[in-house]
Design a protein around this ligand. Structure first.
Ligand code: ASP
Ligand code: MG
Length: 413
């Protein structure tokens, strides 16, 4: 019997009526003769409300107690979903993370899944029941409740799908798929029919908040097709899957804009082994996430390093830099604010030599000055002034022909 895992996010299960509408989706699959496991998030803004409550009790609650509290949100939804399914004549049984052996490590509030014991799920499915699983939560080998990080129900769903070797994992949410760009900024952005795991991960790291990024990593690792769909509209959505030839031809899949970046430049640092390791280990220890690292050796035994950090991290960075530069024996820090990053992402960049030129020309024609450039096999990024971000995004989207009606046609002169 084909097996489908369906995940419904918080906004899709915000009240019992909405839960009923999600249950209809489950029944549709049952009628097609599919076994179904349903994974749900907490209802609406429940998780946020629980965080407010926690902070009333204690300004800095322990992460263990926080997970104990936050995991209750999903437990409410699984019971209600199972009850609703029963009223529709569909036998159902709910499970917490602990009950299906969703084993994680001990990093409370951002635990990583180590194993899923699918015995109980298989038994329920074999009895013709729909199994309803609490997303976002797991349990340590000692039996303590953990959570997987905000938005983690997606990861539960893909992990369960992978462990059960399901045919597909459907993520029902409040958007109808993945777009070539944020449609609020780029009005002619198109919904993608498919996107590769790799391109989706890049888009997510650039701020396209469609899926919990660890869920996409799981999908890639276990080759589980993930279908992102709108919960209450029967649209096609977007399928996140392995690369195919069509994708290679597409060159660019989408463009993304990451706002609120600062840039750090370290000049005259010693050009000797271990310097970069020391600097970036020190920043990581201070919990400062860096990106877009560029180093140039200037030839006088010195090097220049430049990287971006989130604007919010700039406040704490100065003393850390001063300390690190002292440790490595010299260098001057410079901190600039007010940047953003526009990126073009696509597995086809590998096979299209001129992608970078197309992007830079689009920026030039839009009068956008580029501060830094970084590239990877499937991404080209330009760090630019904050005020130019939206204009640049539209220009790059247009230059790659992403708004055109014919899928995959690249407009060039
Ligand atoms: N309820 C959790 C959250 O709001 C997990 C999820 O929705 O995926 O972050
Ligand atoms: Mg949520």
């Amino acid at each position: 019997m084909p097996l489908i895992v369906q995940k419904f996010g918080g906004s899709s299960v915000a009240d019992v009526d909405k839960i009923r509408r999600c249950a209809e989706r489950t029944l549709e699959e049952r009628r097609r003769g599919h076994g179904v496991v349903v994974v749900v998030s907490a209802m609406g803004k429940t998780t946020d409300s629980l965080i407010v409550l926690a902070n009333e009790a204690n300004a800095s609650p322990s992460r263990r107690e926080m997970d104990m509290l936050l995991s209750t949100g999903e437990q409410v939804t699984i019971a209600l979903m199972a009850m609703v399914l029963e009223t529709m004549g569909q036998a159902a049984v709910s499970f917490t993370g602990g009950q299906i052996g969703m084993e994680t490590d001990e990093s409370f509030s951002k635990a990583a899944i180590c194993a899923v014991n699918v015995e109980r799920l298989r038994t329920a499915l074999a009895a013709g029941k729909v199994a309803v699983v609490a997303g976002f939560q797991g349990v340590t080998p000692e039996g303590d409740i953990t959570t997987l990080g905000r938005g983690g129900s997606d990861t539960t769903a893909v992990a369960v799908a992978a462990a059960l070797k399901a045919d597909r994992c459907d993520i029902f949410t409040d958007v109808d798929g993945v777009y070539t760009a944020d449609p609020r900024i780029v009005p002619d952005a198109r919904r993608l029919k498919t996107i590769s795991y790799e391109a989706m991960l890049e888009m997510a790291s650039l701020g396209a908040k469609v899926m919990h990024d660890r869920s996409v990593k799981f999908g890639a690792m276990y080759k589980m097709p993930i279908h992102v769909r709108h919960s209450h509209r029967p649209d096609e959505g977007t399928i996140i899957c392995g690369e195919d030839e069509q994708m290679e031809k597409m060159e660019i899949t989408g463009v993304a804009l990451k706002q609120n970046l600062g840039r750090v430049t370290l000049t005259s640092v010693p050009d000797s082994p271990g310097v970069a390791a020391r600097v970036f280990a020190g920043l990581a220890d201070a919990n400062i996430t860096v990106d877009d690292i560029i180093q140039t050796v200037t030839g006088d035994g010195k090097a220049t390093m430049s990287f971006t950090v989130e604007q919010a991290d700039l406040a704490d960075i100065r003393p850390v830099l001063d300390r690190l530069l002292k440790e490595i024996g010299g260098g001057q820090p410079r901190i600039d604010e007010g940047f953003c990053k526009v990126s073009a992402v696509g597995v086809g960049i590998r096979s299209h030599a001129a992608s970078a030129a197309v992007m830079f020309r689009a920026l030039a024609e839009a009068g956008v000055n580029i501060a830094n450039i970084t590239t990877s096999e499937i991404k080209i990024s330009a760090i630019i002034g904050k005020a130019d971000g939206e204009k640049a995004l539209r220009a790059v989207h247009g230059a790659f022909g992403l708004g055109s009606e014919q899928e995959g046609i690249i407009k060039r002169d």
